[in-house]
Design a binder for this molecule. Structure first.
Ligand code: ADP
Length: 346
């Protein structure tokens, strides 16, 4: 007999193990998977084993010296039907081609990673979705008004700096020789990170929550008087330290939801299958309530971590505490039950 579907082969939820790299949002992912009844596996960097064991969310731990060793575990993970759940540390620690080549089941659309990793492609995508974006200055000669200088790759805002003129820029960039950067209009407003989940099984889009970030030193500059800031020549930086939960005024929700819908529609134009699972729009809202999107993350973001026990928004829809990690596991559970795993692994 030739088996054609996983259902015919007889794989059940209990035959799969949800696995991830122990970092970023892994505790939430593993807890969510356990809550949905899956076995869990954490790939832990040597030295962090005791910590990860202490939370009791990983049934099993594999110790590595570096996350880039993920590719060497591929055979072992795929043989035992592991399902990898990607997060920010995957893109930061593993080569994009290595990720794409993995045989192990991988939740999400890997093709979209290429778009996410490249700021120029990302901009095209957000443009197709008709989202308002900060201006990009092609050359330091064009700098006009406040500008944020950003380096390529998900570095957690490390080293980003503000500038306002070519002279100032040239002085500050000297410390970052050889790095690729973009010059982006600095929008003065409040940063708001929007967490979405798009189901490729039902086509539904859900708002999972919002966060704001806590960054060093920019979030503490206000603790030093302006006079002292100048005297001490304090320069701002944006190194992410943590995240805080947030709710937005309800009147903003229809606009935000429509933005999410357009991002999904545009992703289908660029890739066919398009974006599914969790994603995040990183925005700045100005006093006249314009929402500038400066980045998209096409996966779970660490800003969902305050909501391991569910958010005010997931509380509306679900009768159990629904974190984004748990939502992912539930999607996989439904895909196994309806024999549609192809819709969640790309
Ligand atoms: P990363 O690339 O590491 O995700 P971000 O792009 O999120 O870093 O930016 C780091 C910080 O800079 C965040 O606090 C964000 O709010 C702020 N920021 C980024 N782009 C802009 C912008 N165009 N205008 C104003 N603030 C910005």
């Amino acid at each position: 007999m030739i088996y054609t579907t996983r259902k015919e082969i007889g794989l059940k939820k209990s035959d799969y193990t949800i696995a991830t790299l122990a970092s970023h949002s892994s505790l939430q992912i593993l807890k969510g998977a356990k809550d949905e009844g899956f076995a869990t596996l954490a790939i832990v960097k040597r030295g962090s084993e005791r910590l990860y064991k202490s939370f009791n969310v990983a049934d099993e731990i594999i110790v590595v010296d570096d996350f880039s060793e993920l590719k060497d575990l591929d055979e072992q993970l795929s043989e035992r039907n592991a399902i990898l759940i990607p997060h920010g540390s995957f893109v930061a620690a593993c080569d994009l081609d290595d990720l794409k080549a993995l045989k192990t089941n991988y939740f999400g659309n890997r093709n979209i990673l290429t778009w996410e990793a490249d700021r120029i492609q990302q901009r095209k995508w957000l443009g197709k979705a008709d989202l308002l974006q900060p201006k990009i200055f092609k050359s330091p000669d064009d700098i006009e008004g406040p500008v944020i200088v950003k380096f390529f790759g998900a570095a957690g805002g490390k080293g980003y700096f503000l500038t306002h003129s070519k002279e100032d820029f040239e002085r500050k960039i000297a410390e970052h020789a050889g790095k690729e950067y973009i010059l982006q209009e600095y929008v003065v407003g409040t940063p708001v990170y929007v967490h979405f989940f798009h189901s490729s099984l039902t086509g539904e889009l859900e708002i999972m929550g919002f966060d704001k970030r806590y960054e060093s030193n920019v979030d503490s500059v206000g603790r030093v008087a302006a006079k002292e800031q100048i005297e001490l020549s304090i320069e701002t930086s944006y190194t992410i330290v943590g995240n805080m939960g947030l709710v937005v005024r309800e009147s903003l929700l229809p606009m935000i939801y429509a933005m999410g819908e357009r991002v999904i529609a545009a992703s289908k134009e660029i890739d066919g299958i398009g974006l599914f699972g969790p994603f995040c729009l990183e925005t700045i809202i100005t006093p006249d309530l314009k929402m500038y999107v400066f980045e998209i993350s096409a996966r779970i973001v660490a800003g969902t971590n305050p909501y391991i026990n569910g958010s005010p928004y997931t509380d509306l829809r679900y009768d159990v505490p629904m974190s984004t990690g748990r939502r992912i596991a539930r999607e996989i559970k439904h895909a196994i039950a309806s024999d549609e795993l192809e819709k969640v692994f790309q």
